[in-house]
Ligand binder design. Sequence first.
Ligand code: ADP
Ligand code: MG
Length: 306
Amino acid sequence: MTEFELIRKYFQGKPTPSWCTLGIGDDAALIQPPAGRELALCSDTLIEGRHFPVRTAPADIGWKALAVNLSDLAAMGAQPLGFLLNLSLPQADEAFVAGLADGLFELAAQHDVALIGGDTTRGPLSISITAFGHVAAGQALRRDGAKPGDVIVVAGELGAAALALQQGADAPPALRAYLDRPQPQLACGQALAGVAHAAVDVSDGFAADLGHVLKASGCGALIELEALPLAPALRALPPGEAQTLALHGGDDYALVATLAPAAWASLQGRHAGLCAVGQIQHEGGLVGRDGQGKLNPVPLTGYSHF
Ligand code: ADP
Ligand code: MG
């Protein structure tokens, strides 16, 4: 099967949305973003053996490649529109591409995002997606806007993906799903746009990613360790172990945002998915407070490629 046949069979032929004035098939796609909105663009690559274990189901790879990008758009408060798909395949393995397309389009349909172009080449297995969406001008959630006194909130659960990775082939399917099929927090991100002062998605680990906000904003933070939204699978672990996974495990794709206490008070009841976990401070790095009120510094470590 040639590259063009693969594209036609698995990636072309879906209806083109109205904002896309030219879809797959030409040298570039054309889009007409909604008036008064800023475009948010992000890109993420998945490499076999690094971002997903070798022998991960193709449909899970497709899902995750899109999910991690939608999570970045969620962290900007953007509403997703579409994406480009860059595929590098060792061979034209139709069963693999069919599975990949299944998982990819399953998630795309859930969030009404369209594939409008890409590239297909032979090479080591990698899947790279560039996604884009839109947000009201000036309302995107940046990393550099946190202010002392802000409430720190989390959307989603922490630690389960890292636990699944630890357990490898022994992880039960429900736990494994946290690693293979993360759910981007798009609704919460959009609810926080124009409301929160700062946000980031948790890809490398809660402490590491909150650390990016602290650094960009020139602040510190106090975290109530017992308030962290641990995934249910972590509750059976010794508390110290569960906390380490929640603080430093990667691949959660939860959202962390900071907002003024008054803004939190008015949002709190309306967004069940959000929970408060601490407060932004003037300085002092990241500090954790345990159930006994004891304070300890939390290292800003998480997953790092190099
Ligand atoms: P060019 O040679 O001009 O770069 P290509 O032959 O790479 O064009 O691609 C032809 C068309 O197919 C383009 O519109 C491109 O966006 C689309 N395309 C290529 N690979 C993919 C893919 N994996 N998913 C979606 N569209 C793709
Ligand atoms: Mg090309």
